[in-house]
Write a protein that binds this ligand. Structure first.
Ligand SMILES: Cc1cc2nc3c(=O)[nH]c(=O)nc-3n(C[C@H](O)[C@H](O)[C@H](O)COP(=O)(O)OP(=O)(O)OC[C@H]3O[C@@H](n4cnc5c(N)ncnc54)[C@H](O)[C@@H]3O)c2cc1C
Length: 461
């Protein structure tokens, strides 16, 4: 297919729900996703795991298993799915460029849905670039996609639901972490949001169940840990931290870090669509209407890429964007769109009710947002440190991340700022005593993912 009514980028809950709805409404729908199988982060490789690894399937839990129903709907819908297809650009005419097994290609879309999900927030503590340090999400990816578990002394550190979930999944897989170190959380500030959180479907019970499972395991669970640092000669050998008034040190083989999620924005940013600073989630996100329309006509954004809201809300926002795209292509009337949207709008509200509590409780500590140790590497691709960014922000009057790029090359490596963007914004804002919104974010240009000159030369344009 070299043209489609709707091109969906991302095959997570948002993209799958959107594609199933759109195809069901008669739109020629093409899904492009860089992973080998559909499912996104939460339902990664779910069909293969369900078919050939029943023990792994059950240890990954109920939320994971729930994805089979969505995958079934997607498979039955007639939407096309191209795996291992990495999108690097969407142009002004909504032509989508991607790279896949057969080389580089493009597809003309009448409407585009960006459903590229979330990334784990960077956790720039001293030593986070050493071999033997990974993110919790990366460990979970290995578990889901290759049934791989770590061995040796594993320490999980940071905060957020995914930290607890991965700790519990490892325990169920027979891996006993040496410790779980939780950085300070905002219990008192979050309390006022507890009633709405408790009313949101299932969240409180799931959270309490994970805490109980972790506590029952006897794994040391240290809360309120500060001053986290990883050290070692050439690889992670020890983790150091302040806890209960004393500096502690623990020998490790593997450190798994996590400090929440942030929207994966690069494709939306490369389109120059309007973004705003979200203070409660401490990140930028695209400005969207309730259907997922951004400021660029014909482009919709759904799921965690539009703001972190979780898998069920992502599914609802995908279905809503599909209805809106079908309506703007004249496939259904506004009346029909609005009538079909009602259950999804209601369901999304119920899930969004959980956010204020989670966002407040797990707001990342200041020392993670803007690392104080000057030698801490912030931009891993170009090896730019926190000290260098602070010095240039003040001594050279560098006003924002784009000027910082010119001084240091930060954000110019293969990840195109995905791993350092938020930290650079926070460091500049803190050093210049301005808000992150005023400091701004990198001006992202295509290609948003690495592409070779050979790929470009192959393109039939
Ligand atoms: C590492 C990680 C693990 C997580 N694990 C869990 C979990 O176990 N349980 C849970 O409840 N929540 C989990 N979450 C949160 C969860 O991802 C979301 O709440 C939910 O999956 C969001 O759905 P989505 O459709 O918006 O995005 P995702 O599920 O993230 O799907 C986005 C898809 O877009 C694809 N993509 C991104 N960029 C491109 C591109 N340029 N070209 C082509 N494809 C692209 C990705 O490969 C991915 O398949 C996790 C998040 C992360 C980052």
């Amino acid at each position: 297919m070299s043209a489609a009514d709707l091109v969906v980028i991302g095959a997570g809950p948002a993209g799958l729900a959107a594609a199933a709805s759109a195809a069901g409404l008669g739109l020629a729908t093409q899904v492009l996703d860089e992973q080998p199988e559909p499912g996104g982060q939460i339902f990664r490789e779910i069909e293969r795991v369900a078919a050939s690894h029943p023990a792994l399937f059950s240890l990954l839990g109920e939320d994971y298993g729930a994805g089979l129903e969505l995958l079934g709907r997607f498979r039955a819908s007639g939407a096309r799915h191209l795996p291992r297809a990495t999108v690097w650009q969407i142009d002004d005419e909504r032509r989508v460029y991607y790279r896949h097994a057969a080389g580089a290609a493009s597809i003309q879309a009448r409407q585009v849905l960006i459903a590229t999900g979330a990334l784990e927030r960077p956790v720039p503590v001293p030593g986070w670039t050493l071999p033997g340090v990974m993110s919790c999400g990366a460990a979970q990816t290995l578990l889901k996609s290759a049934a791989l578990v770590p061995d040796g002394r594993v320490v999980l550190a940071g905060s957020g639901p995914l930290l607890l979930l991965v700790a519990v999944q490892l325990l169920r897989a027979g891996i006993r972490p040496a410790a779980v170190l939780e950085t300070p959380i905002q219990r008192f500030a979050a309390l006022r949001h507890l009633p709405r959180f408790a009313a949101a479907p299932g969240y409180l019970n799931k959270g309490l169940a994970m805490l109980r499972e972790l506590r029952a395991s006897g794994v040391p669970f240290r809360r309120g840990v500060r001053g986290l640092a990883v050290s070692g000669a050439g690889r992670a050998e020890a983790v150091r931290y302040d806890w209960r008034g004393r500096r502690r040190e623990q020998d490790v083989d593997l450190v798994l870090l996590h400090q929440g999620l942030a929207p994966n924005l690069n494709l939306a940013l490369s389109l120059r669509c309007e973004h705003l600073w979200d203070e409660s989630q401490r990140c930028f996100r695209p400005r969207l209407d309730p259907w997922g329309a951004c400021s660029v006509p014909g482009v919709w954004i759904a799921g965690d890429g539009g703001g972190i809201a979780g898998a069920r809300a992502a599914e609802c926002s995908g279905a809503l964007a599909a209805l809106a795209a079908a309506c703007s292509l004249g496939r259904i009337s506004k009346h029909e769109r609005d009538a079909r949207a009602k259950p999804f709008l209601r369901e999304r509200e119920r899930h969004l009710a959980a956010r204020a509590f989670l966002d407040t409780l797990y707001r990342p500590p200041a020392e993670i947002l803007a690392p104080s140790e000057p030698r801490t590497v912030v931009c891993r691709c170009e090896e730019v440190t926190a000290g260098e960014i602070r010095r240039l922000a003040t001594e050279q009057d560098c006003p924002g991340p784009n000027q910082m790029k010119a001084f240091t090359r930060c954000g110019m490596g293969p990840c195109q700022g995905r791993l350092c963007g938020l930290t650079v914004t926070e460091l500049i804002a803190e050093s210049r005593n301005i808000s992150p919104a005023e400091a701004g974010y990198y001006r992202i240009r295509p290609p948003v993912k690495p592409v070779t000159v050979g790929d470009l030369a192959e393109l039939d344009v």
